[in-house]
Write a protein that binds this ligand. Structure first.
Ligand code: SIN
Length: 541
């Protein structure tokens, strides 16, 4: 794989204390918390609100009800994570979650209330209590994004939109250790063509670029979510872990067999309010599958739906249905975005069944980091979906991700306001550079959905590896640099990493399910690490 993204030579330079890559809840929280003390530049390849945060429906998990307990939230998170969570990271997240909600409220986030001064709380899969805070019914992420966008601008964070982070600039500390010197950035025009390239030197680089659902043909993620920061880390030789655990959301709106790209999410909160899954013959999908039935953890529900689709009950093999009719007239008020998505397809959830299918939704793994964002590379910090802090294990508990983004983003920003790593000079980067043509994205994405989806097997993964290797042979230094070709190259790097880790993990655990190894094995209660852009998998980083 290319060791660098091919791009024109840099023609400008900027020096700053902290550069944050990405503008979802994690990046904005980090920038905001560092800003009172540091000069902060926030770089985003699109507009501020183009990432996943803006689309999040369910909300933010936090213990706010006196009948709930931190211990219960910890228990549910660990249970969903299928023995791969880092318990101390989970405990920190859960303990700090209520403060994160109060912080957002103070910044102006208008969360839904059940009565004056009491936040409305809903339930989602895997939670034993109602503890999901939401806004605008099902527009929770949009409210968090709006709040943080405004706060970041008011705080004087410098924001540059349509700027694509290409690769880290690396130098050496006096003791010889590698350290981050900054990041090379391409400024884009409205079509995604490169206008110029420059170097942003900084004492700290914070990657907060989110996940990479767009690596799959069908996803709940918006088009910008191509995992650029995780690919940057791999090219810099920073370990990525738990990357085989791609969470498939059980229910996106099914609009036809050929639908690709971003699909409308049908929030788990719909099941939290009483909806149930049925197949085309009318039989309940989740009855008898798990004690929590339709509110079982997400991996269990997605796998049960896939198994039911494979049985083709009622002659339907590519979707099942959500029966939300019991919610009645309240549905539109509680779920305005979902009502609009359904209406666009001629579906009235108060009278019709909603056709649904699983789609790629969230990357549980990512760049190995702690809850303060620190990684194994001096000067590099990673937060949000791009990071693997051990909070999610093999399967993220619903609505823990926005909470984690705000908690960890704020922690990294605060840590950087207290102290910055030493400044290092970048050394010339002679690594070979190339790109994958954007025309090959569709082939990559269909390969991933076909062979690396909810249910995997050694044969399918091996076919995927061969197809991705053929795409790799087509990477070339002559491909025109552009946002689309940068993204395509990053997507290929990540697809290869997922396939390598999924092939190595010969068991089923959390959201990594293998038809040829259906059991979870005690010997596999451990993490795998991908340590470079050639998808080398190792047992310890
Ligand atoms: C949902 O609303 O179902 C998604 C929430 C999440 O992914 O945490």
């Amino acid at each position: 794989m290319p060791a660098r993204l091919a791009a024109p030579e840099p023609t400008w330079a900027v020096d700053i204390d902290v550069v944050v890559l990405g503008s979802g809840a994690a990046g904005l929280s980090a920038a905001l918390a560092a800003r009172p003390v540091r000069d902060v530049l926030l770089v985003t390849k699109d507009t501020l609100d183009a990432g996943s945060t803006n689309w999040a429906q369910g909300g933010l998990a936090a213990v706010l009800d006196p009948g709930d307990s931190l211990e219960s939230h910890v228990h549910d998170t660990l249970a969903a994570g299928a023995d791969l969570c880092d318990e101390s990271a989970v405990r920190t997240l859960v303990a700090e979650a209520p403060t994160a909600i109060r912080y957002l409220s103070r910044l102006g986030a208008a969360f839904d209330e059940s009565s004056h001064d009491h936040l409305a709380l809903t339930r989602e899969g895997g939670h034993s209590h109602r503890r999901i805070v939401h806004a605008g019914g099902d527009q929770s992420g949009a409210e968090v994004q709006r709040t943080l966008d405004e706060s970041v601008r008011l705080a004087g964070v410098r924001v540059v939109e349509r700027a694509f982070a290409l690769d880290l600039l690396i130098g050496r500390l006096a003791d010889g250790r590698r350290a981050v010197a900054g990041v090379r950035v391409a400024l884009l025009d409205e079509t995604g063509a490169v206008e110029s390239v420059g170097d942003v030197t900084a004492r700290a680089v914070v990657i907060a670029t989110g996940g990479f659902g767009q690596v799959f043909a069908s996803t709940s993620n918006p088009p910008a979510v191509t995992g650029d920061g995780v690919a940057i880390a791999l090219r810099a030789g920073v370990a990525v872990t738990d990357i085989e655990f791609i969470q498939f959301h059980p229910t996106v709106l099914w609009t036809g067999p050929d639908a690709t790209g971003q699909q409308a999410l049908i929030s788990e909160a719909v099941r939290g309010e009483g909806a149930v899954l049925v197949d085309a013959s009318g039989a309940r999908v989740m009855a008898g599958v798990h004690p929590q039935e339709d509110l079982a953890p997400r991996d269990v529900v997605a796998a049960a739906i896939s198994a039911r689709m494979a049985q083709a009950q009622g002659g339907v093999d590519d979707h099942v249905y959500l029966d939300a009719r019991s919610i009645g007239a309240e549905f539109e008020k509680r779920f305005p975005s979902i009502t609009a998505s359904c209406a666009a397809e001629g579906i009235d959830p108060t009278t019709d069944l909603i056709p649904v299918a699983p789609a790629a939704h969230y990357v549980c793994g990512g760049v190995k980091a702690d809850l303060d964002g620190a990684t194994d590379l001096v000067g590099l910090y990673v937060v949000g979906e791009a990071a693997c802090t051990g909070v999610h294990g093999a399967n993220r508990l619903a609505s823990n991700s926005l909470t984690e983004s705000v908690v960890a983003g704020t922690r990294v920003g605060r840590a950087l306001s207290w102290s910055l790593p030493l400044k290092v000079e970048a050394v010339d980067d002679e690594r070979p550079a190339a790109l994958l043509s954007a025309d090959l994205r569709a082939e990559l994405r269909s390969t991933m959905s076909k062979y690396v989806g909810v249910l995997r097997s050694a044969d399918g993964l091996s076919t995927a590896a061969d197809r991705l290797a053929r795409l790799e042979e087509k990477t070339d230094s002559a491909v025109e640099p552009s946002r689309r070709s940068f993204e395509a190259t990053n997507m290929l790097t990540l697809a290869r990493a997922v396939v390598a880790a999924a092939s190595a993990r010969t068991e089923s655990r959390g959201c990594h399910r293998r038809a040829d190894a259906p059991e979870s094995l005690d010997t596999w209660r451990r993490h795998l690490y991908v340590v470079d852009s050639d998808a080398t998998v190792v047992e310890s980083p």
